[in-house]
Design a protein around this ligand. Structure first.
Ligand SMILES: CC(C)(COP(=O)(O)OP(=O)(O)OC[C@H]1O[C@@H](n2cnc3c(N)ncnc32)[C@H](O)[C@@H]1OP(=O)(O)O)[C@@H](O)C(=O)NCCC(=O)NCCS
Length: 161
């Protein structure tokens, strides 16, 4: 479990936990709003299949106290950089500070790993919510673009949400 002590606006503790035999169905059912499907798949199930089918990405369940509220994944690139991807906060749980707490928790954990690796992520330039969130936590565009998405790197210690 990754627990940096961050809470959402309702005071629930946000933790990141492995996907296991008990929670995988709830993680698979995590769904964005319909208007967000330009940026992410209709269900987190797609990300679970991606992480199962390869060795690059690892899925994590996002918990608010003991409730599954989202999915996020991380991976290590050939150059040693660490990446955050596949973040979906369930449509019913958005706007409560969970996305902010999730990125702060995972970015801090990745940045503290051996060798203090660069931490990167990417987002579509029209995904304003994601862009604002990442920027406010210290991710800045590197100028690189991949698959129509802007790549951003953490350039400051992630702040507390
Ligand atoms: C992006 C996402 C993860 C944010 O999760 P969330 O739990 O709703 O976000 P939070 O409540 O923690 O808000 C964090 C910040 O996101 C931004 N944000 C969230 N919703 C927003 C909206 N509707 N419009 C603009 N900005 C928004 C704000 O900057 C907000 O800052 P604040 O804390 O000062 O209000 C969520 O909207 C989501 O799952 N979207 C669909 C999937 C997606 O786009 N994933 C990212 C792919 S790169």
């Amino acid at each position: 479990m990754i627990d940096a002590g961050h809470r959402d606006r309702d005071g629930r503790v946000i933790t990141l936990r492995p996907v296991d035999d008990d929670n995988w169905r709830m993680v698979a059912d995590v769904a964005p709003r319909d208007d967000q499907r330009n940026w992410v798949p209709a269900l987190a199930a797609r990300y679970l299949l991606l992480t199962m089918r390869g060795d690059v990405w690892r899925s994590l369940a996002v918990y608010a106290d003991e409730t599954v509220v989202g999915h996020v994944m991380w991976g290590v690139d050939d150059d040693g950089s660490h990446w955050i991807g596949g973040m979906i906060i369930d449509a019913t749980e958005q706007g409560r500070g969970i996305g902010r707490a999730t990125v702060a928790t995972l970015a801090g954990w990745l940045a503290a790993r051996d060798g203090k690796p660069p931490v990167r992520l990417s987002y579509h330039p029209e995904n304003k919510a994601a862009a604002a969130l990442y920027k406010s936590l210290g991710f800045h565009p590197t100028g690189a673009v991949e698959d129509d998405e802007l790549i951003a790197e953490l350039t400051a210690s992630p702040r507390r949400p």
